[in-house]
Design a protein around this ligand. Structure first.
Ligand SMILES: C[S@@+](CC[C@H](N)C(=O)[O-])C[C@H]1O[C@@H](n2cnc3c(N)ncnc32)[C@H](O)[C@@H]1O
Length: 371
C-alpha cells in the first residue's frame, strides 16, 4: 500500500502539489496508455486522480502523429510519444489497465455509414477498437466533441457503442461541460467509458465553483497580443464594454457576445475569435489555464502551435473527475482517502452572482444588424 500518510492524503486538494512517484507504492501503479495524446491532458488528469486516491498512474505508451505535440509532451513527461497509431503493432503495446484516447473527429462521416467493427477499418476509431480487441484493458475512456452524439442522427455514436460492446465492454457516455468542473470555459465534450466487468461507476456531478477569469488572465501582456485598432473599434461598436473581465466571442456569422468565461477554445479559429475585453488575444499560458493545465506545464513551442495544441486539448479537471470515479469503481485506491474532494456549488448561481445574467446574453439580431 501507499507510503503516504493518512494525514497528508486527507489534506490533498485539487490543484495541490502532488506526492512524488517515490512516495507512492509501485505495486499500486495504474498502467495506462495515452492515444492521440496531444500535449497530455489525459496524462495529467490520470496522474492527479490517482494521487488523490493515494496510488500512482504510469503511462506505458503514448502516441501522437504531430511532431510539435510530441516535443511538448516529451518536455513535460520525459518520454516521446510514438507516431502514427496505425503503424503500431498491438503486440508491441505493453499490457495496461486503462486505455485513454481523445481521438480526432475527422472520420465521423466514414464511421456513421458503416456497420460495426469490421466496417470501421480505416478510421482512427478503428485503431482504438483494434487495440482494445488485442490488449483487453480493464477499462477505457474516450473523449470527443459534443457533436458526435447527434452526428448522422445518432448513427455514428451508435456504431461506435455497438463496436465497443461487440468487444465485450459495458459502455456508457455523457456530455459534460468544463464550466461545471471549475474552469471558466464553456467546453462541452462527450466522454465514453467502458468496463470489462460490471462495476459501480458513477459519472461525476460537476458543480465545482467556477474560477473567475481574474485567476486565469495574466497582467502586463505584451503589445503584440492586442488586436489592431480597427478590430478593437469594430468590437466596441457592436457592444458596450463590461464592468468586469469578460471574454468576447465572435461566432461564425460575426455576432459578438461577452461572457465572464471563455467559449470553447478552437484549434483552427480566427485569431480574433476570442478577445479579452474585446481587445487582446489570449496568451499560451492563459489558454492552458483555461484547459486546467497547471502552471508547471512547460510551454516549449511557438504561439501558433501552442494555440492549436490548447484548442485540441481536453479540459483536465473534467477528465480528472471522471478518472477519479473510474479508479474508485475499480478499487484502484489506497483505501486511505476519506473525504469528498469536490465541493458542491452551482455554477449557474455563481453566474448570476457575478453580474446580471442578461448582461451576457447575446444581443438581439436586430441590434447587431444596426450596429
Ligand atoms: C483532439 S486531439 C487530442 C488532444 C489530447 N487529448 C490533449 O489533451 O492534448 C487529437 C490528436 O490526435 C492526433 N492524431 C491524428 N491522427 C493520428 C494518428 N494517425 N496517429 C496518432 N495520432 C494522431 C493529432 O495530432 C491530435 O493531437
Amino acid at each position: 500500500m501507499s507510503v503516504l500518510s493518512r494525514k497528508r492524503l486527507n489534506k490533498l486538494n485539487v490543484g495541490d502539489k502532488l506526492p512524488t512517484m517515490k512516495e507512492m507504492s509501485d505495486q499500486n501503479s495504474i498502467r495506462f496508455i495515452d492515444l492521440f495524446c496531444g500535449i497530455g491532458g489525459f496524462h495529467i488528469a490520470a496522474e492527479k486522480a490517482a494521487a488523490l486516491l493515494g496510488v500512482s498512474a504510469e503511462c506505458v505508451l503514448s502516441s501522437d502523429i504531430d511532431q510539435p505535440c510530441q516535443d511538448v509532451y516529451e518536455n513535460n513527461f520525459g518520454s516521446k510519444p510514438l507516431g502514427d497509431i496505425s503503424k503500431i503493432d498491438a503486440n508491441d503495446i505493453p499490457d495496461h489497465d486503462l486505455l485513454l484516447a481523445g481521438f480526432p473527429c475527422q472520420p465521423f462521416s466514414i464511421i456513421g455509414h458503416q456497420k460495426g467493427f469490421e466496417d470501421t477499418r480505416g478510421t482512427l476509431f478503428f485503431e482504438i477498437a483494434r487495440i482494445l480487441k488485442a490488449k483487453k484493458p480493464k477499462a477505457f475512456v474516450l473523449e470527443n466533441v459534443k457533436m458526435l452524439r447527434g452526428h448522422n442522427n445518432g448513427r455514428t455514436l451508435g456504431r461506435i457503442l455497438e463496436t465497443l460492446r461487440g468487444l465485450g465492454y459495458i459502455v456508457d457516455y455523457r456530455v459534460l461541460n468544463a464550466l461545471d468542473f471549475g474552469l471558466p470555459q464553456k467546453r462541452e465534450r462527450i466522454f465514453i467509458v467502458g468496463f470489462k466487468k460490471r462495476c459501480s461507476f458513477t459519472w461525476p456531478d460537476g458543480d465545482v465553483p467556477m474560477k473567475p477569469l481574474s485567476a486565469i488572465l495574466e497582467t502586463d501582456v505584451p503589445e503584440n497580443y492586442y488586436a489592431s485598432e480597427y478590430i478593437q473599434k469594430k468590437r466596441l461598436a457592436s457592444r458596450k464594454p463590461t464592468g468586469e473581465l469578460t471574454i468576447w466571442h465572435e461566432n461564425k456569422s460575426g455576432h459578438i457576445s461577452a461572457y465572464p468565461y471563455s467559449c470553447a477554445l478552437r484549434a483552427g479559429a480566427s485569431y480574433n475569435y476570442l478577445l479579452v475585453n474585446g481587445k487582446r488575444r489570449l496568451t499560451p499560458r492563459e489558454m492552458l489555464r483555461l484547459q486546467g493545465f497547471p502552471d508547471s506545464f512547460k510551454i516549449t513551442c511557438n504561439y501558433s502551435q501552442s494555440r492549436k495544441q490548447a484548442g485540441n486539448s481536453l479540459p483536465v479537471p473534467t477528465a480528472q473527475a471522471i478518472l477519479f470515479q473510474l479508479f474508485a469503481s475499480q478499487g484502484w485506491h489506497s483505501g486511505l482517502y476519506t473525504r469528498e474532494i469536490y465541493e458542491i456549488k452551482s455554477t449557474n448561481k455563481q453566474m448570476i452572482l457575478l453580474e446580471g445574467k442578461s448582461k451576457y446574453d447575446c444581443k438581439k439580431k436586430s441590434e447587431t444588424a444596426n450596429s
